[in-house]
Design a binder for this molecule. Structure first.
Ligand code: SAM
Ligand code: SF4
Length: 477
């Protein structure tokens, strides 16, 4: 008997234009929402508390809120959703700038090609290893690799080699367990090679979804092409990269417009690939050497609006991670943890070589930082506030990415894994790298957290913590 095998191939149409960003629909939705009353706002907040997400109209209604009482209700709802889904965990990472060479003219960035005030530098693989070793010695386990859009002689292979160099670095019991990447949009083939290099998340910010604003601020180089950038995640996902991170550079265009456009991007990815982004980043424009635009943002986002952005995103996409970088001050970072942020960078340098050579080399850095504290100082601070710093890389290494991650996250099951993993990686940090005062606060927090846990999560945590105390490392479930 002859067996006939039918090979089924799923054809995904890879978008070539940003047709899914519908500017006139966004403007009309915002206009309509500005006329809605208190009752409508409360209905949206009630819907958000069901934790099934929000649509564009709902987000527009919340974006229009200015009444202090309603604003408080909005923030309270975001706090509740954040706490229910993420508990007290905060995932930590460090950016690793490997090169500031760039062929583009993004008017807000110090790395732009024509900026002569910046000294250009692409780290060698040895220098990348050295930077990584310093991060490992600080206690980091997760790195975000960042580069300008121009590579040394070997081209894109430079990035792939850099990823290998990071994973290869070891110091004592420490190593980097997840490399996320923020580099310029790639072709489908390049994305496939990036996936083979075992990256965690591919991250790329659209900067602004508004075409005219995009054209005004990207005046030279490949990045001028809006469509190539906005369709990057389609190519990444078609290449099998399940975890993608999107974002907006706030300050370029009206933040309300950007929020709704971001949602259209998410809806497009969900409709095409069945999953949305793994993370959303919310960078605000910061001063940058040689950039007038960065010093005077065209549409500055006030602090209260920035908190609203985080809260609305938390309610709109409850299961998507929100990343807060060290662009913001310690105070603003603290406030937004409660409103929805789930990942933060710490101890960052934005100049290539900055971990070995210090932050002083400002003429190589991308933008000014708002938080200059070391990783240990940040950990001491967040632990004092009751948040559990997590270096967990469990999901990614057990293959729980994309749809698998969402399936687990949605019914709240993630807590069964995330909480124990957070505690065990936090204890690793405390034992191997923590200062004495951080260890004291941290041990207290671990004991307090264990006391509130029940069932399987508690049992798992106790077993894993015991293994770490006995000297085992990289214990995860
Ligand atoms: N070159 C790649 C690109 O543009 O996508 C990736 C790296 S770029 C260094 C990373 C991000 O830094 C950009 O996407 C942009 O949002 C952000 N950035 C640039 N200039 C900034 C500034 N002045 N303040 C805050 N963020 C900035
Ligand atoms: Fe280059 Fe990226 Fe900076 Fe633009 S934002 S100038 S592409 S490094």
């Amino acid at each position: 008997m002859q067996l006939i095998f039918e090979i089924v191939t799923i054809h995904v149409m890879i978008a070539e234009t940003g047709h899914f960003i519908d500017e006139s629909a966004i403007v009309a939705t915002l206009e309509k929402a500005s006329r809605r009353d208190e009752k409508a706002v409360r209905e949206v907040i009630a819907k958000a508390l069901e934790m099934k997400g929000l649509d564009l109209e709902d987000m527009a209604v919340l974006a229009a809120v200015s009444d202090p009482d309603l604003l408080k209700e909005l923030f309270d709802a975001a706090r509740r959703v954040k706490e229910t889904i993420y508990g007290q965990r905060l995932v930590l990472f460090a950016p690793l700038y490997i090169s500031n060479l760039c062929g583009n003219e993004c008017l807000y960035c110090a790395f732009r090609a024509r900026n002569t005030a910046v000294h250009r530098r692409a780290l060698t693989q040895d220098e990348i290893r050295r930077e990584t070793e310093i991060l490992i010695q600080q206690g980091h386990k997760r790195v975000l690799l960042v580069a300008g859009e121009s590579y040394p002689q070997e081209g894109f292979d430079y990035v792939l080699k850099a990823i290998d160099s990071v994973y290869a670095a070891k110091v004592g019991k420490g190593e980097i367990r997840r490399v996320n990447v923020n580099v310029a949009p790639l072709s489908l083939d390049e994305f496939k090679r990036l996936k083979d290099a075992k990256i965690g998340t591919y991250q790329l910010f659209q900067e602004t979804y508004h075409r005219q604003t995009y054209a005004n601020v990207h005046v030279g180089g490949r990045k001028k092409n809006y469509d190539w950038r906005v369709t990057a995640m389609d190519r990444a996902m078609a290449a099998g990269i399940n975890d993608v991170g999107i974002g907006v550079l706030f300050g370029l265009c009206d933040w309300r417009f950007e929020l709704l456009a971001l949602m259209q991007h998410i809806q497009h990815l969900e409709a095409t690939f069945g999953i949305g982004p793994h993370t959303i980043s919310v960078p605000r424009l910061e001063p940058a050497t040689g950039s007038d635009l960065a010093a005077h943002p065209p549409k500055p986002v006030e602090d209260v609006e920035f908190r609203k952005i985080v809260a609305i995103l938390r309610l709109a996409v409850p299961y998507t991670g929100i990343i807060m970088s060290t662009r913001e001050t310690p105070n603003m970072r603290r406030e937004t943890f409660a409103l929805g942020v789930s990942q933060i960078s710490a101890g960052s340098r934005t100049n290539p070589g900055g971990y070995a050579e210090g932050e002083d080399v400002a003429d190589e850095a991308q933008f000014s930082l708002g938080d200059h504290r070391s990783l240990d100082e940040v950990i001491y601070d967040v632990a004092t506030l009751g948040y559990i710093p997590s270096f967990c890389t469990g999901c990614y290494r057990l293959g729980r990415t994309g749809q698998d991650f969402m399936d687990m996250a949605k019914p709240g099951l993630i807590k069964e894994h995330c909480d124990p993993n957070a505690l065990s990686t936090f204890l690793e940090y405390l034992l191997d790298y923590g200062s004495e005062k951080t260890r004291i606060v941290g041990e207290g927090l671990i004991a307090k957290t264990l006391a509130t846990m029940t069932g399987q999560a508690k049992k798992r945590s106790e077993t894993m913590l015991e293994k770490v105390r006995q000297g085992r490392r990289d214990v995860f479930c």
